[in-house]
Structure formats: structure tokens, C-alpha cells
Design a protein around this ligand. Structure first.
Ligand code: NAD
Length: 257
């Protein structure tokens, strides 16, 4: 079992790498700029007897994506599992202030890059392409966001759209490959404390305001998302495909209940 995780150097991706390694996956950790944290996660996995490699690739570049899958396969064997965790947000922006370059980069990362990673995974996993000893199917988990279900928090409409597209794409992808041995699901985290959100959550007033909109009254931990992802990757989820799973502390609530 070789699991490739995009954006695996930090946050949800890194937590997934640690947990999946403990469950017996060989792990290819993709990073764009975070080489040192990526190597640290590799070292942690190796220290516990696991196998991992850190691989640089910018998922906004098609050639990087193809090279990433080739490199992962070369070092760890055929990629059987993929978690697309790489993603970015934007500074809070209202629609009248949209910048075309910012939007293009947002969608290139969160949506198109993810779709091309899925393309490479399908090309390599699909039983329809398998020869003797070849492709045996696999599992893809795409990390989207609860933001997609509400149009985002204020100023995050573009981010929300880039993630809602992931949910819809994953549904279609799953149907395309359901008879080729591949399952595909998307996982929608609610607000989780990671490198992406640490600045926002460092402000106690903002944190309380956010937590008051989450049914459980708290933000999540990366490990809580990783647990759900690793279950979706496992054979225990063998009849689950084409759906989204919310890991969101009970979802949004507005006002007192
Ligand atoms: P994070 O910032 O720690 O992780 C995202 C990773 O993606 C980073 O390591 C970053 O370097 C990498 N990345 C960004 N652009 C890339 C590119 N072009 N090529 C390769 N890697 C790239 O934050 P996180 O919270 O762990 O985010 C993981 C995923 O979860 C993201 O897709 C994010 O949108 C989603 N998500 C996060 C939250 C949250 O509250 N933290 C909520 C919902 C969804």
C-alpha cells in the first residue's frame, strides 16, 4: 500500500501521514515549499519503522504532478492510495475586490491541481488499464471544506467555491471509476487548528466567535480529520464511494439553541 499525500508537510496532510504509516502504508509526502517539515515527518515515520519519502512538487504545475507520481512509484512502488490535502486560502475578499490572478491561483491549487492529481492516480490505479501484475485499483480522498456548504465565512466566497467544486467533481469521478476498482470520496473538515488557521485562531475573540458557530463549541484537531481520512482509505469503507463526509464537530449553528 503506497499512499501519496499532497500538501503532506503540515496540518491535516502531516497528521494523515503519521497515522497511515502506523497502519502500514508506505507514504509519499508531497511538499511545495516546506522541505524541512516534510523531511521531519519522514524522519518520524522512519523512526517508528515505517517507510516514507518527501517529494517536492507544485500542484499548480501539471509537469510537477506527473513527475511527483513517477517519483513516488519509483521509490515506493505503485501508488494505491491518494489523499489530496494541498490547499490554500486567500485574504478575506469581497466580490467587488476580486483579483483575477488571485482567483486563478486559488482554483489552480484547490481545484484544478487536485483534479490533475486524480487523473494521474486513475491512470495508475484503474483496473481498466491493468495488465498482468498491473493496476489493481485504489482509493482517493479529496479534502474539501465545510465552507463549500455555506458559501464560506465572510470574505471566503472564492475559497468556498473552489472547495464546493471538489465535492461535485469527486462525485462524478467516483461514478466514472466505480467499476475500475477505484473508490473516491471527499472529506469536508470544519474549522481545524493547523498552519492554515493558526493566525486567525490566535485572536481569542475571533476564535470564540468561530467556536460559537460550531455545534460542539470547539475547533477540530488535525488528528481528528486524519482519523476519518484513514478510515475512508481502509477496506472498512469498501462500499463507500462518491460521497462527502463531514468532520465538522456537528456542523454550523447560528445563534443559541
Ligand atoms: P496547511 O496549510 O497546514 O496544509 C496545506 C498544505 O498544502 C501546506 O503544507 C501547503 O504548503 C500545501 N500547498 C499549498 N499549495 C500547494 C501547491 N501548489 N503544491 C503543493 N502543496 C501545496 O493547512 P491544513 O489545514 O492542513 O489544510 C489541508 C487541507 O484542508 C486544505 O486543502 C484546506 O483547504 C483544507 N481545510 C482546512 C480547514 C482548516 O480549518 N484547517 C478546514 C477545511 C478544509
Amino acid at each position: 500500500m503506497t499512499l501519496l499525500i499532497t500538501g503532506g508537510a503540515s496540518g491535516i496532510g502531516a497528521a494523515t501521514a503519521r497515522l497511515a504509516a502506523a497502519r502500514g502504508h508506505k507514504i509519499a509526502i508531497n511538499y511545495r515549499s516546506r522541505e524541512t517539515p516534510a523531511r521531519k515527518v519522514v524522519a518520524e515515520i522512519e523512526a517508528t519503522g515505517g517507510q516514507a519519502v518527501a517529494l517536492a512538487a507544485d500542484i499548480t504545475r501539471e509537469a510537477d504532478i506527473v513527475g511527483l507520481f513517477d517519483a513516488a512509484e519509483k521509490v515506493l512502488g505503485p501508488v494505491t492510495h491518494l489523499v489530496n490535502s494541498a490547499g490554500i486560502g486567500t485574504a478575506p475578499t469581497r466580490v467587488q475586490d476580486y483579483d483575477a490572478t488571485v482567483l486563478a491561483n486559488l482554483f489552480a491549487t484547490n481545484t484544478i491541481g487536485l483534479m490533475l492529481c486524480c487523473r494521474e492516480a486513475v491512470r495508475r490505479m484503474s483496473t481498466a488499464r491493468g495488465g498482468p501484475g498491473g493496476h489493481r485499483g485504489g482509493v482517493i480522498v479529496n479534502v474539501s471544506s465545510m465552507a463549500g456548504t455555506i458559501g464560506g465565512r465572510p470574505g471566503a466566497s472564492a475559497y468556498a467555491a473552489s472547495k464546493a467544486a471538489v465535492d461535485s467533481f469527486t462525485m462524478g469521478l467516483a461514478k466514472d471509476v466505480a467499476q475500475e476498482g477505484i473508490r473516491a470520496v471527499s472529506l469536508r473538515p470544519g474549522m481545524v487548528e493547523t498552519e492554515m488557521t493558526e493566525k486567525t485562531l490566535a485572536d481569542n475573540a475571533v476564535r470564540s466567535a468561530i467556536e460559537s458557530t460550531i455545534a460542539m463549541g470547539r475547533v477540530g484537531r488535525a488528528e481528528e480529520i486524519a482519523n476519518a481520512i484513514v478510515w475512508l482509505l481502509s477496506a472498512e469503507a469498501s462500499f463507500i464511494s462518491g460521497v462527502t463526509l463531514d468532520a465538522s464537530g456537528g456542523g454550523f449553528v447560528f445563534g443559541k439553541r
